[in-house]
Design a protein around this ligand. Sequence first.
Ligand code: 5GP
Ligand code: ZN
Length: 136
Amino acid sequence: MESLKDDCLFCKIIQGKIPCKKVYENETVFAFLDINPIAVGHTLVIPKYHAAQCHEVPEDYMAGIGKALSVVAKAVGAKNYNILQNNGSIAHQAVFHVHFHIIPKDAKQGLGIQWPATNPSGDELEKTAEEIKSRI
Ligand code: 5GP
Ligand code: ZN
């Protein structure tokens, strides 16, 4: 498959060169169980396109990911869950093929999050919004 890379772990999993517990696949997306789950049912949803970070994935593959997250999250069947996607090693990315974690959450298992909320002024928020808009 042209969109994949020979020396990538998840590209190899997509191609069946490395085994996995697959739960779903279509033309643009592949989903399988995480090998070291932090909750039962912890699933990874990945594009059949090799890119390290989310913003590098073509929009049609991202559209496929959006649909697959809905399909697979329903099937995982958790009442409470997190969808997590890490970009860059400082942001806790360990495998450099874009992947979305679906992680069931209950009192005993799942994702722990630090959320260091700040309290910027309206002007500061406006400036940030303008900067982002100017790059779209
Ligand atoms: P990251 O920290 O990059 O967002 O998450 C990478 C995830 O990939 C981890 O949760 C890890 O357990 C999972 N993982 C790493 N290697 C393999 C593998 O060979 N097979 C499967 N199924 N999952 C893997
Ligand atoms: Zn890859």
